[in-house]
Design a protein around this ligand. Sequence first.
Ligand code: KG4
Ligand code: ZN
Length: 355
Amino acid sequence: MAAGRFLFLAIETTCDETGAAVLEGPRPPEPGVPIVRSSVVASQIDLHERYQGVVPEIASRAHVRQILPTIDEALHRAGVTLGDLEAIAVSTRPGLVGSLVVGLTAAKSLAMALDIPLVAFDHLEAHLYACQLAYPEKNVYPCLGLVVSGGHTSLFACRGPIEAELLGGTIDDAAGEAFDKVANLLGLGYPGGPVVERAAVTGNRAAYAFPRSFLHDERLAFSFSGLKTAVLYAIRGQDARAGISLENPQQVADIAASFQEAVVDILVAKTRQALKRTGLRRLGIGGGVAANARFRERIEAMAAEQRIDLFIPPLSMCTDNAAMGGIALAKLAAGQVADLDIDVTAGLVRPKNKK
Ligand code: KG4
Ligand code: ZN
């Protein structure tokens, strides 16, 4: 290890992925972006597949089984031991309460046993920080942040990595959740994003005129439940229009492509509106839906047209992972060390009740 470098472990268990990563960066409070020495993600997809969605109790029990082997593997791949670590970082909000508790308990135990600082970070701020990790030589902040995941579709004005102000978000389903539910309706499997994207490749995006909620609304809000219902009616039939056969690949592809285009239209339009409103000239994007190729293509085109600097992490850093816990370095630089009696916060903390 280079002299003066700072080595720390990050833990991520907000939902259904058990993540551990070892990072190395400048010693706080010196500013700088850490490098990822190792990042391990133990997926639970096979456990939740038969239910077509995440079952919270199954997720927390799987985290209990996977957390120590995942941490061991991250240390092993980085070629370090527990004694080399100088801080333990963990995401404590928002997420599934039973899942969050497992990561926090592991993090507290390590911090106490090793007598090193515990750092608690926000999962959504961390999703956006993945942009900074992906472009270490650039200034990503201040930026508009868009988190598009299975649980959230939120726009933030980010003054810095740990200063994200919520501008607006979904009032019902998240974008990723809509992909998961539509995949289920189309009988495509789980998780929905990648399978709907694959099915959409051969589909006609204009085959169905699905609704685009809030598109012409002043509010920076999203809604995807009407879209999901429209997809349901298109599949089952309504208003004298026959439904489709799930056995017919072209019909499935047309629905998938038309649905995906509606989601992408909404995400791109609301992001453009938020850029205009805030005057921010940089855009950072995080979360699983940011892995979608059509979304990336359309958001890149919008950013180019608006002359906005766009930052999107590589696919492995879009979906849940612990490397994005590198944000802990910014927290340590700001003197934000957590007490050992800190608890998790399952829900999204909105600005008005933020403590
Ligand atoms: O960020 P993430 O891994 O976990 C949460 O924090 O929720 O996001 C998972 C979500 C799932 O809903 C999944 O269907 C969606 O991201 N997703 C995608 C793609 N890959 C994952 N959605 C659209 N296209 C994709 N390629
Ligand atoms: Zn996430």
